[in-house]
Design a protein around this ligand. Structure first.
Ligand SMILES: Nc1ncnc2c1ncn2[C@@H]1O[C@H](COP(=O)(O)OP(=O)(O)OP(=O)(O)O)[C@@H](O)[C@H]1O
Length: 252
């Protein structure tokens, strides 16, 4: 059984079919990237996986449960966490406080007036671990809004990780970043994938990130699957070169 099974999903917006009969399997521990030219349907497809859009037809099965009709927060409860193209953090709070909020949500402590001393200690420990893993310890007490774009994205990724997901969905993690920040973000994603054996699905425009990180890649064009394969298979695919990389080269 794959961790994520997408069966023949279609998403219509009125007359337009943004995603047409797309299927995808993501295995436990896999890092699967979704690429494609502008307007290919990547974001729409991603929104169906995370529950922001309900497919017009087709089914989505996560960890053995049919989640097609579940809203995003119920999918989070089953172990799916996502980040957004535009970083979603509380910019006026410190990195530590952002992470604390995420950890407390997971521990279901936000609604309780008092945490016991051992609960508070466990929260502190988890926050420290997340800071360490995300390379954020030195900036722990700074407001997130003051940090570099890359560190803000790391904070957001670590907030998603605080939810202890089985599947992490990353929507263009390198969007709007310079080369060094893109590299740092890719290193963090690789670390989470390799050391924590996290299953990751990511949509990304930056080909360096994709080809360095992905175990397998799905290429979408005009709402349909053009090709699925390893980075080497995708790089060698003539269809992909014409539809996507060819377009990139011309535009470069
Ligand atoms: N909410 C919506 N209502 C109507 N049309 C939409 C909606 N969202 C997306 N579309 C259309 O669906 C198609 C696919 O869009 P989508 O954003 O999924 O592509 P994408 O591959 O993510 O593109 P990009 O790389 O530019 O972000 C486009 O033609 C887009 O205009």
């Amino acid at each position: 059984m794959s961790l994520l099974e997408v069966h023949d999903v279609t998403q219509r917006f009125g007359e337009l079919a943004a995603v047409k009969h797309v299927s995808l399997n993501v295995e436990d521990g896999e890092l699967h990237a979704i690429i494609g030219p502008n307007g290919a349907g990547k974001t729409t497809f991603f929104n169906m996986i995370s529950g922001f859009y309900k497919p017009t037809s087709g089914r989505i099965v996560f960890n053995g449960s049919d989640v097609t009709d579940l809203p995003p927060h119920d999918r989070v409860g089953l172990g799916m966490a996502r980040t957004f193209q535009i970083t979603e953090v509380f910019p006026e709070l410190s990195v530590r406080d952002n992470l604390r909020i995420a950890v407390e949500i997971t521990q279901d402590l936000r609604m309780k007036l008092f945490a016991t001393r051992s609960q508070a200690a466990r929260t502190d420990e988890q926050v420290d671990e997340l800071l360490e893993t995300g390379g954020l310890t030195a900036n722990a007490d700074r407001h997130v809004g003051e940090l570099s774009h890359g560190d803000q994205r790391s904070t957001e990724i670590m907030m998603a990780l605080a939810l202890k997901p089985k599947l992490l969905l990353l929507d263009e993690p390198a969007a709007g970043m310079g080369s060094q920040e893109t590299y740092d973000t890719a290193v963090l994603i690789r670390k989470l994938h390799r050391t924590q054996k996290l299953t990751i699905v990511l949509v990304e425009h930056d080909m360096r990130v994709i080809f360095n990180l992905a175990d397998r890649i799905t290429v979408l064009t005009e709402g349909e699957v053009l090709e699925v394969g390893t980075p080497a298979e995708i790089a060698a695919s003539e269809k992909v070169q014409v539809a996507y990389l060819g377009e990139k080269r011309e535009g470069a």
